[in-house]
Design a binder for this molecule. Structure first.
Ligand SMILES: [Zn+2]
Length: 295
């Protein structure tokens, strides 16, 4: 049975911005902040994507532990922190307002991708201290076989993940089995990637994976989209913009990647649904990076 492993052909994180010089990145952030003032984001729920905490690698999505702790403390103080299930319950309704009709404080959900060991060693103590609910999307083959992720990513063990789930704060979702890109996998491979991942999460953790995140935020083929909708309650892509109330497809959730280059001021804007122009630049850069790739 041919099972194509298509996950690792392009660099791992489409959110990595090291192809863009630091000065250019700062200019993009400033322009994005100005555009937020000119055209404020619509009311919606922000979903943040994290990858790693502890700064053990030089990748843009590996955050220093202190910065991550500051971000979680800020979120706890200034935002309503919700689970992904609560996001889905609230999104079809109107934007919440207070008694005088003013918008309430930002509603934010925190998610992590992949399933590296630092999630338990570095991120979870902070999440627990601030009571931050989190969804962790795992690529199960790496955990099942103890296979290293790119950029020196040590995989979690099932035992550590089970302990994390027992805190009551961690929801485990699927990120395919081998971190496969579902826009180019054949039908058999798509079903294998989804089913194998869900089976392992159920067998090893005793929980049902209800949420899915497309690896590298690459949307699936129409067949993959159909298979994802059959199996899950939601599916996540990337997108630095809020998920608008009353106008969001739960199988196309936008998630804002949090990067090393985001100091607290930029982070606070992202959490409040801003910095949408940064997302436009990310998409253009990725189109250029992945040009000519067919598989
Ligand atoms: Zn991933």
């Amino acid at each position: 049975m041919a099972r194509r492993q298509v996950g690792l052909r392009w660099g791992w994180h489409s959110y990595n911005a090291e192809v863009m010089p630091g000065a250019a990145r700062k200019i993009v952030k400033r322009v994005a902040a100005v555009l937020d003032v000119v055209a404020p984001p619509p009311p919606g729920i922000t979903i943040l994507i994290y990858h790693r905490v502890g700064r053990r690698s030089a990748i843009e999505v590996d955050l220093p532990a202190g910065l991550f702790a500051d971000q979680m403390a800020w979120l706890r103080e200034h935002c309503d922190l919700v689970t992904l299930d609560e996001v889905l319950d609230r999104l079809p309704g109107p934007a919440p307002t207070d008694r005088s009709g003013e918008p309430r404080r930002p509603v934010v959900a925190v998610t992590f991708d992949d399933g590296t060991a630092d999630f338990v060693s570095d991120a979870l103590p902070v999440l627990t201290a601030h009571r931050v609910p989190v969804t962790l999307y795992v690529a199960t083959d790496f955990i099942e076989r103890g296979r290293a992720f790119p950029d020196d990513g040590i995989p979690l063990s099932w035992a550590a993940l089970a302990d994390a789930v027992s805190t009551g704060l961690v929801t485990v979702g699927s990120h395919t089995h081998t971190h496969a890109l579902l826009d180019r996998a054949d039908p058999e491979a798509v079903c294998y990637e989804l089913d194998r991942s869900c089976d392992l999460i159920a067998t090893r953790l005793g929980v049902h994976a209800e949420h899915f995140a497309y690896p590298k935020a690459v949307p699936g083929s129409s067949l993959a989209d159909r298979e994802v909708r059959r199996r899950f309650r939601s599916a996540a892509l990337a997108g630095t913009r809020p998920n608008a109330y009353g106008a969001t497809d739960p199988y196309r959730l936008s998630r804002a990647p949090v990067q090393f280059a985001d100091d607290m001021a930029w982070f606070e804007r992202k959490a409040a649904g801003g910095m949408r122009a940064e997302d436009v630049v990310r998409r253009v850069v990725n189109r250029w990076r992945y040009r000519g790739k067919s598989s």
